[in-house]
Write a protein that binds this ligand. Structure first.
Ligand SMILES: *[C@@H]1O[C@H](CO)[C@@H](O)[C@H](O)[C@H]1NC(C)=O
Ligand SMILES: *[C@@H]1O[C@H](CO)[C@@H](O)[C@H](O)[C@H]1NC(C)=O
Length: 276
């Protein structure tokens, strides 16, 4: 699909160059980007921290849903929505966004759910001054972008329930940075370029039930400092050089069903038998 699009673009460029007899610079064909977003605005901003089960009250909130095809400028305008009265913003696109280069800054204690899926995101920032925490953002999902890092201040997202960074360009993940997200339930990091996923001190994620590290480049993994008694779904397949997980025992992760002996890792079979 991507290469077909490339051929069409190349063909159009050649056509532009060869058919224009006047020396006029060919204007690039404007590629529209598909978008689909939902947004819940809420006028009552008196409430402070998000709690499980919160729903925006219908009397003070309204929902917007739009879809279409827009230019880069229109996509950028959509992403610059007013966060001061928004609690939910879910954006997705089905276009090839290789040439869309966007950034997004999350304001403090406004959004409860933010999802920017395939939005051409290359930078994500949080505006947290001094030692402030954010106690509202419960869902931060930014799959299918080109992010290389976690934002500065991610340590202070204390209400986080879900962090989805799948299909990005992370090379390293320090689990210590989520030590304050005590209610984290899902950590989704598949399809990155992770070579390191490390904890340098005991990290207690008592509510975590899903951890996805699959389709990365991990060669070593050490679970000694992971405290995740509720972990049930653990994906680590397609890390082709991974042979063992240090510190892993069945007793420590009683709800995880085990590992596929014939899977896409390079399991040391002696180790594997000892943990199944
Ligand atoms: C966006 O463009 C695609 C084709 O590029 C078309 O199929 C689709 O209907 C368009 N969507 C809208 C909402 O205009
Ligand atoms: C496989 O694991 C066992 C026990 O954990 C270890 O003794 C052995 O050296 C490992 N084999 C290889 C090839 O690394």
């Amino acid at each position: 699909m991507a290469s077909l699009r490339l051929y069409i673009l190349l063909f159009l460029n050649i056509w532009f160059y060869t058919s224009g007899t006047e020396a006029k610079a060919p204007s690039r064909p404007v590629q529209p980007y598909h978008y689909d977003y939902s947004r819940i605005q809420e006028t009552d901003q008196a409430w402070k921290c998000w709690k499980e089960g919160y729903r925006p009250p219908p009397a003070t909130s309204n929902k917007i849903h739009e879809q279409g095809n827009g230019t880069v400028a229109e996509i950028e305008r959509i992403l610059r929505f007013d966060q001061s009265n928004t609690v939910l913003f879910l954006f997705t696109s089905n276009s090839d966004n290789q040439n869309l280069h966007t950034t997004f800054t999350v304001e403090r204690n406004k959004l409860v759910r933010l999802s920017l899926d395939n939005a051409g995101l290359e930078r994500l920032e949080l505006t947290l001054l001094g030692r402030e925490n954010d106690c509202r953002l419960a869902d931060l999902s930014v799959p299918r972008n080109r992010l290389r890092d976690l934002p500065t201040g991610v340590e202070r997202l204390t209400a986080l329930r879900k962090l989805d960074y799948s299909y990005n360009l992370l090379e390293e993940f320090k689990l210590d940075r989520l030590a304050n997200a005590a209610g984290l339930k899902q950590l989704l990091l598949s399809h990155n370029r992770l070579e390191r996923f490390v904890a340098t001190e005991q990290v207690n994620l008592a509510a975590l039930h899903k951890l996805d590290l699959s389709n990365n480049r991990l060669r070593a993994l050490d679970a000694s400092y992971w405290t995740m008694p509720q972990l049930e779904t653990f994906h680590v397949d397609n890390n082709r050089h991974l042979t063992v997980i240090d510190g892993w025992t069945r007793a420590k992760f009683p709800l995880v069903k085990g590992f596929d002996p014939a899977g896409t890792n390079n399991w040391n079979q002696t180790w594997l038998k000892s943990v199944q």
